[in-house]
Design a protein. Structure first.
Lengths: 471, 495
């Protein structure tokens, strides 16, 4: 029977959310939710593996290893055991570096923060079963997504700001995994509330490595918050999310607290999370997806295209299109990840946008650079979020106009990846791991992750195979 | 004297970084250096006094349990850990007594810059006193200027506070370890994404996070610098100003012009005041007021019928909110805030400034602070010890103290009206500027030394008089030290 969680009295909604976290176990999760959580873990871990060799990752790992300390948690692919918080700092950035991890259409980034924090927190427990890991992941994700839903992030981004809510989910996940009591979890969330970094849009203009390193800070702080709460450090508990001093009141745009506890326990927002079909900013995906669909439908190639005009929905307009001059001349991997013209031009030639699209050779391809000059774009606030309208002119005079909506994309609820497709994605990413993984290890990992509820020791069965460490 | 102006359309953080990089010890006026030495002396005294207070040992233990590369010493407790971890351990010590310097516009400052600098010492083989002073002064100046641009005092009445503290910390560490302009700007850009809100929610009721927050900031500041040194890039285009800049985020009007005004010629850190009492600075004018009234008018506690304190909005929000109004308008907080009995039983009680329980509840309770000052003629560490804070005479006196918010009063001031049993009334407004410790009424060097020594007996570890005298002498002659760790830090380790 489904257990509902309803706010009691005038408690802050974080209290209700914490109650759900502390009182729910794996067996309380509906099957479709726990299955989706397993897919999310599979997908995000694959993305982490693929991201381990990207720019900025090695320096963060080196710093964590140089600091050293108590051997608690493994750093995947690089090896070495360090304090859990340091491992979180090291592994957090891996999830974002491919820009290929899951995204909730309204709450945005989620598993990028939850999964590395949880993987690092494994070192705080003697043994964690697959069921415990799934439960902690699911509950952490749900808490974070609900808080993000109430932040009105679309409005925030349009004003130049980001979130800051990420830490709440990481704290919830870690707090569940290490078995914090209700009081301790509330304290940990209260401490975390004071660590809600802005995750501001300014770090995208120009693109900086902090876009990915930020995840490390959040994951590290989440573990520190939980440890401090366990040691008796108190954080605010009365106005964490709502009220005049609450998190949602700190913004200068309107927020809506209703999603925080609406249908809590019955409805699971995490199943709306979308898996990305392409590497790079989600704002470019409807255009890339649309172009590839039209190329297949009308059987034309990049060389047949005379011009493309893209009407882009507002949500991601800034990220992929402003300032246009800079988007037409991206220089680094992360510049390219956030350039609509680069993504579309690359897709036209390669039929895909993946980590291989960002090598120095690919970035400087003359054909792609010339193709980018054929692309124009305009913001269209009437389009639904994450959508675009393509106007494609071919050299033979053909004109194609088609709209592609966010919810049609591969990886969404309406068009999900099959289990086999998810396994293929994992393999595709794992090939770029800095720690070379054999086909048999990858196959075994996929099998374990798809049957995570049967795993008795996550560290032994999932982490050690992707780590040079012996134990 | 060098001046620093914005070049082209650069973000003001670039100008501030340029000032930090290009300014040497010899470029800083003597009076500023002297003031910095006093600030360091005062803050280390406050750290000593706060070292045994609630929450400190837990954070230190947590850090020591993690261990790691022995880079930096943890003063008073001992042990060497990575610099960022030492910063986490020492940051909370500076806030614990709530006795460190405060700038009237930028608020807390040395609480961040001194512990982070002490922790960063481990990142260099040797740091001279001149290098230490220079890094401290520049970090303070940058942190205060960004605070003046932010105007957190406008946020507090809205329930929101600051988040700018990390900028000064990053600047002071970056200067100490010698980051170049590019890395320095990246470190500040990384720090810009770590501007935690430091929200007033953690003061209602007062929680240990109020002091532990300093540890997170100091830890992050060192990590920001270490990452920038390793090539991690941070926000560069719109760090402080512009549509996506830090000063565009708050719900209140910010003052970007304050960031660079007279940069290099005017030193805003000179306005950071030394606290005459422990506890929220917004209580200090009325504390001073009740002590003065009793001294000037020769009345005793037994003569008092009633005390009313009027406070401006910031003080009201921090020291009185939770139970409000004059005596006849008092409302039970449980009813007013809708707390259920279950909430109260579950430890989530709505605060009551007229019934503070813990050490830190008392630090932020106006009636407690006023009653204590009236009875003891002072508010200091001993005022918050369990027996002292539960004294019947204090609690009884609190019952005849009421408070109201008065938006017409100047910031940090207070009007104290004391009605005596003989029917007479004494009333006056006590201004912040007149307080002991401000630039109009500064402490002498001897008074600062006495203030330092007053905190020493409360240290978690014991120091001999000769060690304390030597530490004071080192700080007051900091420019002569060739090795700060040897001359200042090691004497503060437990023996």
């Amino acid at each position: 029977m489904v257990k509902k969680y309803i706010p009691q009295g005038h408690e802050d909604p974080i209290i209700t959310l914490c109650r759900m976290v502390t009182e729910s176990a794996y067996n309380d999760l509906p099957d479709d939710v726990s299955t989706f959580a397993k897919y999310s873990i599979l997908d995000t871990l694959g993305v982490m593996l693929g991201g381990t060799g990207r720019a900025g990752i090695a320096p963060v790992v080196e710093l964590a290893k140089e600091k050293g300390g108590k051997e608690e948690s493994h750093i995947i692919c690089y090896g070495g055991k360090v304090p859990a918080a340091s491992a979180a700092m090291a592994m957090g950035p891996m999830t974002r570096s491919m820009d290929f991890a899951q995204l909730h259409p309204v709450a945005y980034h989620c598993s990028e923060h939850t999964l590395p924090a949880l993987m690092a927190a494994l070192g705080l427990q003697k043994k964690v079963s697959g069921k415990e890991f799934i439960a902690a992941f699911t509950l952490g994700q749900e808490v974070m997504i609900r808080i993000a839903l109430s932040c009105n992030l679309e409005k925030a981004v349009s004003m130049g700001f980001g979130g800051g809510q990420y830490i709440f989910g990481s704290v919830a996940g870690v707090g569940k995994l290490i078995g914090l009591s209700q009081q301790q979890l509330e304290m940990a969330e209260g401490i975390g509330r004071q660590m809600t970094q802005p995750h501001d849009r300014s770090m995208f203009y120009p693109m900086t490595l902090m876009v990915r390193v930020h995840q490390g800070f959040v994951a590290q702080d989440a573990i520190t918050c939980c440890r401090l709460a366990m040691n008796g450090i108190t954080g605010p508990r009365n106005e964490i999310l709502v009220g005049p001093r609450g998190f949602l009141s700190s913004f200068k745009w309107e927020t809506s607290p209703e999603p925080l506890t609406r249908g809590l326990g019955e409805h699971w927002d995490i199943i709306d999370v979308q898996m990305k079909p392409f590497s790079g900013c989600k704002s470019t995906h409807s255009s890339v997806f649309g172009l590839l669909a039209e190329m297949e439908k009308h059987s034309f190639t990049a060389d047949d295209i005379l011009a493309i005009h893209i009407d882009q929905s507002s949500g991601g307009w800034q990220l992929g299109c402003e300032p246009w001059d800079e988007k037409l001349d991206p220089k680094t991997e992360y510049d390219c990840q956030f350039s609509l013209p680069y993504s579309v031009a690359t897709a036209a030639y390669d039929k895909d946008v993946f980590v291989t699209s960002y090598t120095p050779e690919k970035i400087s391809r003359v054909a792609v650079r010339e193709f980018m000059q054929k692309i124009t774009a305009e913001e269209d606030s009437t389009l639904p979020p994450w959508s675009s309208r393509l106007h494609i002119k071919l050299k033979n005079g053909t004109e194609i106009v088609e709209e592609y909506f966010g919810e049609q994309l591969k990886g969404t609820k309406n068009n999900p990846f099959t289990e086999e497709e998810l396994a293929d994605r994992f393999k595709k990413c794992a090939a770029f791991s800095v720690y070379e993984l054999s086909d048999s290890v990858i196959a075994s990992l996929i099998d374990k992750l798809l049957n995570l509820e049967k795993v008795e020791d996550v560290t032994k069965e999932i982490i050690l195979p992707i780590t040079p460490d012996k134990e | 004297m060098n001046t620093y102006e914005r070049i082209g359309n650069e973000d003001p953080i670039s100008t501030l970084c340029r000032m930090a990089i290009n300014t040497t010890y010899d470029d800083i006026p003597d009076y500023v250096l002297q003031y910095s030495k006093y600030s360091i002396l005062d803050t280390i005294g406050v750290m000593i006094g706060g070292s045994a207070m609630d929450g400190i040992r837990q954070v230190v233990d947590s850090v020591k349990e993690k261990g790691g590369k022995p880079e930096s010493n943890i003063v008073f407790y001992g042990g060497k850990v990575p610099a960022a971890e030492a910063a986490m351990a020492m940051g909370p010590m500076s806030r614990s007594m709530d006795f460190a310097q405060i700038h009237p516009e930028a608020l807390h400052c040395t609480e961040y810059t001194v512990p982070v600098l002490l922790a960063a010492l481990g990142l260099k083989e040797k740091v001279s006193g001149k290098e230490f002073l220079t890094a401290f002064t520049l970090g303070q100046e940058i942190g205060i200027r960004i605070g003046m641009g932010l105007k957190p005092t406008r946020g507090i009445p809205l329930g929101i506070s600051a988040g700018h503290y990390i900028f000064g910390c990053v600047a002071t560490v970056a200067k100490l370890i010698g980051l170049n302009q590019n890395d320095f700007e990246n470190a500040e850009g990384i720090g810009r994404e770590m501007t935690q809100p430091h929200d007033t929610a953690m003061m209602h009721p007062v929680t240990l996070m109020l002091k532990v927050h300093q540890g997170f900031i100091c830890q992050d500041a060192i990590t920001c610098c270490e990452l920038a040194k390793r090539g991690i890039t941070g926000t560069r285009g719109e760090v402080l100003t512009g549509p996506r800049g830090y000063l565009s985020f708050p719900r209140w009007q910010t003052e970007p012009d304050a960031l660079l005004k007279d940069l290099g010629t005017k030193w805003e850190l000179m306005d950071a005041e030394f606290k005459p009492y422990i506890g929220g600075v917004c209580a200090h004018a009325p504390i001073s007021g009740i002590i003065d009234q009793m001294g000037d008018n020769k009345f005793a506690i037994a003569d008092i019928e009633h005390i009313t304190v009027d406070l401006p909005p910031v003080g009201w929000q921090l020291l009185c909110a939770g139970k409000s109004g004059s005596e006849d308008k008092w409302v039970e907080p449980c009813e007013s805030m809708g707390a259920s009995q279950e909430d109260l039983d579950g430890g989530r009680a709505i605060e009551d400034k007229w019934n503070p329980k813990s050490e830190y509840d008392c630090q932020f309770s106006l009636p407690f602070l006023i009653a204590t000052a009236a009875i003891d003629n002072d508010v200091f560490l001993s005022s918050f010890e369990e027996d002292t804070r539960n004294r019947t005479n204090v609690r009884e006196l609190m019952k005849i103290i009421s408070a109201t918010e008065d938006t017409s009063l100047p910031a940090w001031s207070g009007r104290v009206t004391t009605t005596l049993k003989d029917g007479s009334k004494v009333s006056d407004i006590y201004l912040y500027e007149e307080l002991k410790g401000t630039s109009r009424n500064p402490y002498t060097e001897e008074e600062l030394i006495a203030k330092f020594k007053k905190s020493v007996p409360y240290s978690v570890c014991q120091f001999s008089d000769s060690v304390i005298d030597s530490v004071i002498d080192t700080i007051l002659n900091l420019e002569k030290s060739q090795d700060i760790v040897k001359d200042l830090v090691l004497p503060l380790m437990p023996h």
